[in-house]
Design a protein around this ligand. Structure first.
Ligand code: ASP
Length: 623
């Protein structure tokens, strides 16, 4: 029989009581985490969001309460009233915040029972992820998940407070709108009222926030959901949340200062000091030094080791001397066996015109002096893993060799990125050996951080990457495609080369990277409609197409558009870093699987014929 709550009120949470509360009469409510039956004494660990408190039911003290406790099972909902009592010295549990006390219950109510759960929120061993997602309400009861949402809440709140303090207004923009190009497929919503017409869910509020600047709102932000239909990975979800902002009359530095301010506030909110300002490098430097545009600074970069070899040696090795020759170094991994090297081969991308020389011992036999030089150049210690990545003279990819204004050519970028990706993969694989991620794990794993701020200098390595190229050459179509959304401004000095020499044009575009993840990107925007038309044209978009897709925006640009710029940061990714989570699904309450399914509510679903009819849709297929 279940009990009624009556007028009883919870006096404390399950994480609150300490030795100083001894002798108080309290009422706690929560879920049975574990139950231990010692005959006349039954122990219930009662759990809520705040912690766990031990409740003792003594048959002599409360025969009815004891009888109830006999019925209680894991995940039953309980109300316990009784006195706070100090535990005996041998029963104190230093691992629990409430471990000095217990409640000697005089009344126990069973407010609700529970089916035997498919997995126990009390267990550390984590169930299969599909089961967790199907029974998400049970999964979210786990302390680890509750912690993740505490982090998420604190981070979002700190960002809001900071931006509000800087004069930003939070303004909502529509979800049912038209396509915003961010490089993904749109989610579409059919219109009932207008047959064959669709709204698109926004890939971002990009054009709305720019229009808010045209409207003179000066500083906008929004913690906003964005929708992108793309292939999913651990760090992607079909709907995700951005910290989106836009300002009028900014320089790039103005935006960086705002972001650094709210990032420091967000980290501070979870007990970590994040030093500002963040370091900056250009895209070209990032590619040259790390082979990737979101470098993880916790690991050594690439080293240019071309000078270690003579031209003849490079030729013998089948290396293209006109392309980069770099060493990838992963500390403390040690020499790899032949089998290990073979196992690592799939980590290297062969389609980028690059080749991997991973048997340094053999190379050393042939060219001892060169390998000695290489080790010196790469600052290698004896137990470091060193491999060489270089252009493959036998395998040229279809890419441009054009190298303007001292920038990297596409072919060079391809080789460097093969090296950069290998560096990341090897670092992931040998994390236990090089230990470069340990500082981060120590900080995110530190409990009760907020009491004393932890120094996040070594654990979190933010980095601004600037001056991205404006266009990417699409080998398949032969067209220049925007490397970012097409509202990104080129550098003023590069403007006259937009059509004559697109490869050399730099964008006023920037990314914020941290620990190898891209946290956000933004740009100074185009504010002149003549330049905007020019860009559309440079992208191969006809006047009609531009008008059809962005007519409203080109129109708006004509009414006194101020210079403006902004950025958007992924809130989910930021929380993932701060919670030490391995996947976005750990920090989104109701996420979707890699197949874009919500396993709990079972969406997407088929809909009735009637609904389809109203929407003027006749499906070609039925699964
Ligand atoms: N709208 C861009 C994005 O979602 C960010 C920006 O340019 O502000 O990536």
């Amino acid at each position: 029989m279940l009990d009624f709550l009556g007028t009883r009120q919870r006096t404390h949470t399950c994480g609150e009581l300490r030795a100083a509360d001894a002798d108080r009469t309290v009422t706690l409510m929560g879920w049975v985490n574990r139950r231990r039956d010692h005959g006349n004494l039954i122990f219930l660990d009662l759990r809520d969001r705040y912690g766990i408190t031990q409740i003792v039911l003594d048959k002599d003290l409360s025969p009815t309460g004891h009888a109830k406790a006999e019925q209680a099972r894991p995940e039953y909902v309980i109300a316990a009233t009784g006195k706070v009592r100090l535990r005996g010295a041998d029963a104190v549990n230093p691992k629990m915040a409430t471990g000095e006390i217990e409640i000697a219950a005089t009344e126990l109510l069973i407010l609700n029972d529970s089916k035997v759960p498919p997995f126990s929120p009390a267990e550390d061993a984590i169930a299969n992820e599909e089961v967790r997602l199907k029974y998400r309400y049970l999964d979210l009861r786990r302390p680890e998940m509750q912690h993740n949402f505490e982090v998420r809440h604190k981070v979002a709140l700190a960002v809001r407070e900071y931006l509000s303090g800087q004069g930003f207004y939070e303004i909502e923009t529509p979800f049912m709108t038209r396509s915003t190009p961010e490089g993904a497929r749109d989610y579409l919503v059919p219109s009932r009222v207008h047959p064959a017409h669709f709204y698109a869910l926004p890939q971002s509020p990009q054009l709305f926030k720019q229009i808010l600047m045209i409207s003179g709102l000066d500083k906008y932000f929004q913690i906003v959901r964005c929708f992108r239909d793309e292939d999913l990975r651990a760090d992607r979800q079909p709907e995700f949340t951005q910290i989106d902002l836009e300002m009028t009359f900014p320089q790039q530095d103005t935006i960086f200062a705002v972001v650094e301010g709210f990032m420091a506030a967000a980290f501070n909110a979870v007990g970590i000091t994040l030093p500002i300002p963040f370091p900056r490098i250009t895209y070209d430097e990032a590619m040259r030094n790390y082979g990737i545009d979101k470098p993880d600074l916790r690991l050594p970069g690439l080293t240019d080791i071309r000078t270690a070899f003579t031209a003849e040696q490079l030729e013998t090795l089948g290396v293209d001397p006109s392309l980069p020759v770099v060493a990838v170094r992963v500390p403390k991994v040690g020499e790899l066996s032949r089998k290990e090297r073979d196992d690592n081969r799939p980590l290297f991308e062969t389609k980028k015109g690059a080749k991997l020389l991973d048997d340094l011992k053999r190379l050393e036999k042939a060219f001892p002096e060169s390998v000695g030089k290489l080790r010196a150049l790469a600052n290698g210690e004896a137990d470091d893993l060193l491999v060489i990545v270089a252009g493959d003279s036998a395998h040229h990819i279809a890419a441009s060799d054009t190298k303007l204004a001292g920038r990297l050519s596409e072919r060079e970028i391809a080789v460097l990125s093969a090296a950069g990706n290998l560096r990341v993969e090897l670092a992931k694989k040998y994390a236990d050996r090089h230990g470069a991620f340990a500082a981060t794990e120590a900080v995110v794993g530190a409990p009760e951080r907020a009491i004393s701020l932890v120094d996040g200098t070594a654990a979190f390595r933010p980095l601004w990457v600037t001056d991205f190229p404006m266009f990417e050459h699409d080998v398949e179509t032969g067209r220049w495609a925007p490397a970012h959304h097409p509202f990104t401004s080129p550098h003023e000095e590069d403007m006259d080369r937009l059509e004559s020499d697109p490869a050399s044009v730099r964008a006023r575009y920037y990314d914020l990277a941290m620990n190898g993840l891209e946290l956000g990107s933004g740009s100074i925007r185009i504010h002149r409609q003549d330049v905007q038309r020019h860009i559309f044209r440079a992208l191969g978009m006809s006047e009609e197409e531009a008008k059809e897709r962005f007519g409203f925006f080109l129109e708006a640009l004509q009414y006194g558009t101020p210079p403006h710029g902004g950025i958007a940061l992924g809130l989910d990714r930021l929380v993932m870093i701060l919670a030490g989570a391995q996947s976005l699904r750990e920090v989104i309450a109701f996420p979707k699987t890699a197949k874009a399914i919500d396993l709990m509510v079972d969406a997407p679903t088929l809909v009735s014929e009637q609904q389809l009819k109203e929407l003027h849709i006749r499906p070609a297929l039925r699964s």
